[in-house]
Design a binder for this molecule. Structure first.
Ligand code: C2O
Ligand code: CU
Ligand code: CU
Length: 491
């Protein structure tokens, strides 16, 4: 749907090399939204001259390809309580649409990067080698890490260089993910494939006997748009990215046994809200961004803004072999089909209590953040408290170890939502417009959807590290347009 105001605001610069005016229509809680791609949206293709054409790829027959599970990366070495990994950030041609080759930016040649499995209390060091012709970096989303390993937007790996990131894994088990965070190019890089899972497991969680091994499956959902040759189309309206991928395949099927599974859903889309249901089946949410909830939460619909995660138990034992259940998004339609293909023994449990989510210490400071777009200038800008991101500016100085309450207001009109994300911490959602948080938001969170007009109140303790960290809207087209701020944790 066209937003005339946006287009009018862009009238003077339409056709300029730096700007691609678009009219987005990403649903926010059942509505549509008009939006624009960030400046710089006219991008150079990762592998050179192959620019996308204007012809959209033919639709793929739903459920014709199998959903892969991203392979787990093996450490190159393990010693002194540390696992050492190497990962190449490299261009690669990948097959996403059947029979077509898609030039992508990848980790180790895989469109959904290899999964790193870490353990609480055991250190991980990853050496990333940047084989791209442009700066890149890596942010471990949801992790509690030193600023030097956080993938600050300005802290990039030059082409040809390598860089070690150090992850102490001093937090509890959680479904994290890693992705590019290079300033102003994060949206384009992540869209082209710089994303992967990083799972932290802990002993206490293991004792719960939740479904594990082959029955614990990470699923990254995202959207994309392809031309008829299979080239990813980044520029233009994010709402036209209507090919939905699950673990990098379009509307795949996934064979399952008639037993319980743990699915770790990640919304890896730059700019989309998923609202998922599974043919009326009960979904039992057991974890949010930062790990286990206090207790399992039965749901029939799961809402995930960009970058949010939810671990969900699905019990297929109620369905006879031969049953097919389609995971459907309220806007995009069919996403993924689960095919019950065999019986299986199941000794997994979903205990009625999972893990305490203790209250944080009392807050000693309260802040207010107002997120909104400014369409008055030559090109639209994303603002927090009236300012676009400036890495040389510290918006907040926060004393290490203190607890704060942040009131995050989305001052944009419907239907523009902003999924707000803070680095370094897992916060608690205290309230939403003065009312209770949504079910599933009462655990540890690092990203929270803020609907138009809403104020979401969160509480966080900024402990452990000093230095500069980002917070931002995780619609990456929005953060790339400036909707990002910087906090400095000080002594
Ligand atoms: Cu998912 Cu600033 O990151
Ligand atoms: Cu992050
Ligand atoms: Cu936003």
């Amino acid at each position: 749907m066209l937003n005339r105001r946006n287009l009018l605001a862009l009238g003077g610069v339409v056709g300029g090399a730096m700007l691609i005016p678009t009219a987005g229509a990403i649903r926010a809680a059942g509505t549509t939204e008009a939006d624009v791609a960030p400046a710089g949206g006219a991008h150079v293709h990762p592998k050179g001259p192959r620019a996308p054409s204007n012809v959209v790829a033919p639709a793929v027959t739903p459920f014709s390809v199998r959903m892969p599970v991203p392979p787990v990366l093996q450490p190159a070495a393990s010693r002194f309580g540390t696992d050492f990994y190497r990962m190449n950030i490299q261009p690669a041609d990948v097959e996403i649409l059947p029979g077509l080759s898609t030039p992508a930016y990848t980790y180790n040649g895989q469109f959904v990067g290899p999964t790193i499995k870490a353990r609480t209390g055991r250190r991980v060091r990853v050496t990333y080698v940047n084989g791209l012709d442009r700066p890149a970096n890596v942010h471990l989303h949801g992790a509690h890490v030193a600023a030097s390993s956080d993938g600050h937007p300005m802290d990039v790996i030059a082409p040809g260089a390598e860089r070690v990131y150090d992850y102490p894994n001093s937090q509890q088990g959680a479904t994290l993910w890693y992705h590019d965070h290079s300033h102003h190019t994060e949206a384009e890089h992540v869209y082209h494939g710089l994303h992967g899972f990083y799972l932290i497991e802990d002993d206490a969680e293991r004792y719960l006997r939740l479904p594990d091994r082959g029955y614990d499956v990470p699923i990254m959902l995202r959207d994309s748009k392809f031309d008829e040759h299979g080239t990813l189309v980044f520029a233009g309206d994010p709402a036209l990215r209507n090919t939905i991928l699950a673990n990098g395949k379009p509307q795949p099927y996934f064979p399952v046994a008639a037993r319980k599974y743990r699915f770790r859903f990640l919304n890896g889309a730059n700019k989309r809200i998923f609202q998922l249901s599974l043919a009326g089946a009960q979904l039992t949410q057991i974890a949010s961004d930062g790990g286990l909830l206090a207790a399992p939460l039965p749901l029939t619909e799961l809402m995930l803004g960009s970058a949010e995660r939810a671990d969900v138990i699905v019990d297929f034992s109620r369905y006879p072999v031969g049953t097919q259940l389609v995971l459907t998004d309220a806007l995009a339609g069919p996403v993924l089909r689960f095919d019950v293909v065999r019986q299986a023994y199941d000794d997994s449990l979903v205990p009625s209590r999972l893990r305490a989510v203790p209250a944080l210490p009392p807050a000693t400071a309260e802040r207010h953040l107002e997120l909104r777009f400014d369409f008055s200038g030559a090109f639209p800008m994303g603002l927090i408290n009236g300012l676009p991101y400036d890495a040389s500016r510290n918006d907040f100085r926060i004393r290490r170890g203190t607890t704060e309450i942040w009131n995050i207001t989305n001052a944009d009109p419907p239907p523009t939502s902003h999924p707000f994300h803070m680095h370094l911490v897992q916060f608690r959602v205290l309230s939403r417009n003065g009312g209770p948080p949504r079910p599933g938001e009462n655990g540890r969170k690092d990203t929270v959807l803020v609907a138009p007009g809403e104020t979401v109140r969160v509480q966080a303790t900024f402990d452990g590290y000093l230095g500069k960290y980002a917070y931002h809207c995780h619609f990456l087209e929005h953060s790339a347009m400036g909707m990002m701020g910087q906090m400095e944790i000080v002594r």
